[in-house]
Design a protein around this ligand. Sequence first.
Ligand code: NAP
Length: 315
Amino acid sequence: MSKSDREHYQVIIIGSGPAGFTAALYAARANLTPLILEGNQPGGQLTITTDVENYPGFPEGILGPELMERMREQVKRFGTQVKFEAATAVDLSQRPFRVTTDDGAEYTAGSLIIATGATAKLLGLPAEEHLMGYGVSACATCDGFFFKDKEIVIVGGGDSAMEEATFLTKYATKVTVIHRRGELRASKIMQDRALANDKIEFLWHHEVTDVLGSREDGVHAVRVRDTRNGEERDFPTQGLFLAIGHKPNTELFENTLERDDVGYLKVDEPSTRTNVEGVFACGDAMDPIYRQAVTAAGSGCRAAIDAERWLEAQD
Ligand code: NAP
């Protein structure tokens, strides 16, 4: 079959994190023979973490990439088509829906499940990317445990930074919040909680310009610059957490699906229905609050059940 022929599927799932794979698992076991388009980062955000210790069923923990590989194997076992292609255009104006990919392929779908996830905003430093999972993290809930009895820093001045700084004091002996201004963006209650915590210190008017360390030995310092006079110095620390916001990967749907101000897809809670009939959303693309692998998997399951029931009703 040439690439230009349109393959039709009852369900196409866009995205291959825990939400997408769980949706595929349920859709496949409902005999819907789904197609999953894995996107540019197969396996999603968990592939850039190391140990995952909060996914149920793995008492010893499991490496993020291995967990995602297992999910991939599991969906294949039940007949899911898995393609290493990214959706580049989606036509939701007619049914069946049409999905075009970066491979030049075009598919049609009776229903669509959007599981495109979110991306933690990063500072954009080469060392930050190199040391991600080796002392640098964008997820306090996932990685806080690895910083037991260590001194760490967290960048950001919003609610996430305050919440995560407070959470990290369960493990770390000291958490320094590095904020680029002299005033927090966080809500008053979250600020007050962080400011009252003895284990949290603040480094105001500073930004991180480099991360010093290696994959072998982890992080030993961050380079910080005073935003008032440009002076740089090294600030010793054993870990760097980023809490400067997340961006849901939903640009593809900006003209077709309802999104909130930040870009999270709106669903008709508690279902996963979007504003377009037959299109369902799950995982971090629609969840600004929990953003955990296990909650993403749960909503993927819900999306597949919603899609199955909706398809049945069409018949
Ligand atoms: P946010 O409100 O957008 O705050 C991001 C913070 O990171 C800001 O302080 C910003 O600094 C800083 N920042 C952004 N880019 C930066 C960069 N390149 N370098 C240094 N600093 C940078 O994001 P968020 O804290 O993730 O919150 C997102 C939304 O979720 C908000 O609506 C928040 O209220 C909500 N939320 C609520 C709760 C809760 O209620 N429990 C918990 C978490 C999040 P500036 O201030 O200088 O711009």
